[in-house]
Unconditional design. Sequence first.
Length: 69
Amino acid sequence: MLYQIALGVGGALQYLHRGCNTRIFHFGIKPHNILLNEEFCSLISDFGLVKICLGSESVVSMLVDRGTI
């Protein structure tokens, strides 16, 4: 079960980073931001810290700290 949840989170992050036209970097992945539906499929929540990049950008620069410590 935990393995399937981890695979779901990894697949979701891969889609956000490389699968959609607008690349999305979450910067807030932690257990509290992973939701499970009735079939225990992983869902990522809380997109308050995201960085959105155009498809042509290959480097993400951060001038301020992001995420949870």
